[in-house]
Design a protein. Sequence first.
Lengths: 390, 249
Amino acid sequence: MTAPARIEAEIQSGGGTWRFPASRPLRLDSGATLAPLEIAYKTYGALNADKTNAVLVCHALTGDQHLASTHPVTGKPGWWDRFVGPGKPLDPTRHFIVCTNVIGGCMGTTGPASIDPATGEPYGLKFPVITIADMVRAQAMLIEDMGIETLFAAVGGSMGGMQVLQWAADYPEKLFSAVVIAAAARHSAQNIAFHEVGRQAIMADPNWCGGAYLQAGVRPEKGLAVARMAAHITYLSEAALQRKFGRELQRDGLSWGFDADFQVESYLRHQGASFVDRFDANSYLYITRALDYFDLAAQHGGVLAEAFVRARHVRFCVLSFSSDWLYPTPESRDVVRALNGAGCRASFAEIETDKGHDAFFLDEPLLDQTLKGFLAAQAQARGLYRRGLD
Amino acid sequence: MTRVREDFAEILKLVRPDARVLDIGCGEGELLELLTREKSADGQGLEISPEGVAACLARGLAVVQGDGDRDLDHFPSRAFDYAILSKTLQQMREPKHVLSELLRIADQAVVSVPNFGHWRVRWALLSRGRMPETGALPEPWWSTPNIHLCTLRDFVGLCDDLELRIDACASLADGRPARPIDPRAPIENWRAETALFLLSRKAEAQPAAAAGQQNLFGEVEPPRPQSAGPQPARPQPARARTAKAARKR
């Protein structure tokens, strides 16, 4: 089978793992190359004859390609299941939806747990440091092999939103519209600080073994769980934590010890413990590093608007959440200002919610309504629904 | 087609085809949609309410959630051919600043204001000695969003202060067609209930900065060196929403 025929067969079956031969390495920002490269991805819906209805959904730090399909490890619905389906903002009856696991990830795309062809052992810390731009470059290679010249939309929240911004900067000619939710154009000192806590927790776990834990047959589960617990606090607002847990106790009375007396403690421990089942500690190190290195303005002489000058034809929708203190509204406004400054068509809304950064996974009717309206209007502008679909 | 609002019909006449238009306080985007359809305008809205923003997005309009009092500063200079501010200037905290901002952002501004010098207003004040409640100013003093009311003569005075040129002026009244007026004629300060102005800068137009040469805030400046030094303070987040601003629509 030729490459296009093979990838078409994969698409027909809803996704797979696309392998680029060693002759097509991924060139990284660091100067290193990654080969052979594998990208694990899922698809929903069918690509139309003109190949104009493709939507790339970019996942967040600990997300993966299982956008709207049962997660093979946890057995839970996909991370944005709520958003995908007939009549929903992402509609497989109209859109061809692609979601890839980012490079450095641990759900099938080449990452630190993959086998290093040079040694025959897992990469571990021999895996090169990656950036958001590297993730996007890999996605662009896959999209190219699928024969898609232009994405109808690139959509993402949090780190996914950063990838969308990077798409607009690096491949504007391949974008028709872009949706950036709860993201920022750079990582702030506070963002980096929280990530450093997480990384230190992992590296302080004796089972981390200098990154070579797979060879040692152990896993730094405790460190990774603590990293997840610290990060999880940043995904929720104070108000949401208070509303959900307050000072409620797990049992009647205090233990007068260090068990999880408070419900919030128990919740965080559960978040940490369940995370380690589905995530690789080294992937966490590499992907948080990629986020920390992200600074789109710095890539363009310190002027964010410069990143978007080639994207004037792209229609942008930028959304933030009022109680998100991880990537707060002013970060999104900076992006919108830069888009305006570059002469791009940009829309922006701040969605009023007390659910914090994680609101983009949750039931937030105004988010659905806003995104659905935006994508429907873009589809009309793109001429997507003309053939009896609407 | 449903009947077009009188002020919209007048604005439609003023705006030339294919223009870039910023509508401040665009609500659910009725005017922008009209301008897009009738004048193939390239429109952008600024709207404070999330519901209005969502409605605009569903209409395929580009809209930024924000407050005209605070967020005009974020738009680059001369990014638009027209900035439209319909019956809201008198609700702004700093009308003078807003007016000059409109003409920084756009080559021309379309501004409508209720005339406090209208005879009905004068009569209500004179005869009853109370704050007037008229068709153009329907709310009682304690709930009106209008905090900076002016007469036609006051507004013309402000335009003179800011060295703005009045390119066109029309008197608007409910249910009647708009009537072109000379805003400096004393009689119009009695007769016009609401006045719609097309304004531009008197001074020779500055050449527009090419997009992309501007920084985040729309100013042209050399790239900042990447240093670890303290960052300049950023504008305050648009969070506190005043009751006044919320009523603006």
